[in-house]
Design a protein. Structure first.
Length: 236
């Protein structure tokens, strides 16, 4: 009889907590409530950035991302439709951060190219992983990912800078014999290579890219480029 009473009490206890447990399970598998939803999304993006910085796309698993973010692996599918969707969302977020320097590139302002150089190099200084990441994924990544990065880079970055250089040529401030595409290509190399070769620069030239030295590098890059492209009559 005593054993039967214990069993009945255990059953009653389980029945009493069953709805609560079910609700908890449902919450853990579904969308987090309220503000937690955006927090989970941002945690996944941050974890993706950290892992994809060090490892190529194929080498990173959904479980690794979820574990680093401290969330259920199902959240990757819920918010991004899978690992590739999360990866592309991460790339989108980085390109969105480039919008400000793009906006500085206006046809009316003859300082626009200089402002763009300053904005983009400051972005590279704040995100030193970006140049190596782009080179690795464009050179060795999957075709869909490569096309996504190249397409965004072309639309958000290269085309507007090419147009900006072309505007300077037509305005008579840059040499008329310049090809905008080649001038932009050269300028891109001048902007990116110091960050791409950062370990070498630190070792050979003693250039530690802190806030002050980045300002010096930006001024040097602008002056060197403009010295080569400025029309003679514009300096007279």
């Amino acid at each position: 009889m005593a054993q039967q009473q214990v069993t009945e009490k255990q059953a009653a206890s389980r029945a009493a907590v069953k709805p609560d447990s079910g609700a908890s399970a449902e919450r853990s598998l579904g969308r987090p409530p309220g503000a937690d939803s955006e927090q989970v999304r941002q945690s996944l993006l941050a974890a993706a950035r950290q892992l994809f910085l060090s490892y190529e796309f194929k080498a990173v698993s959904v479980r690794q991302i979820a574990d680093l973010a401290g969330v259920n692996g199902a959240m990757v599918n819920y918010y991004f439709g899978g690992k590739k969707g999360l990866y592309l969302a991460m790339v989108d977020e980085v390109f969105n951060a480039l919008e400000k320097p793009m906006q500085d590139l206006s046809q009316q302002d003859h300082e626009s190219v200089r402002e763009f150089v300053s904005g983009y190099m400051q972005f590279l200084a704040s995100n030193p992983w970006w140049p190596n990441f782009v080179v690795r994924e464009v050179m060795f990544g999957e075709e869909e990912i490569r096309q996504s990065i190249v397409g965004k880079f072309s639309n958000v970055f290269a085309r507007k800078l090419i147009d900006g250089v072309g505007d300077e040529i037509r305005a008579g401030r840059y040499r008329s014999d310049l090809q905008p595409e080649l001038a932009t290509w050269s300028l891109m190399g001048m902007m990116v290579f110091p960050f791409l070769s950062r370990p070498v620069a630190d070792h050979l030239f003693g250039q530690n890219l802190n806030e002050e030295s980045v300002k010096v590098l930006i001024a040097h890059t602008c002056e060197l480029f403009e010295h080569g492209v400025t029309a003679p009559e514009a300096t007279a």
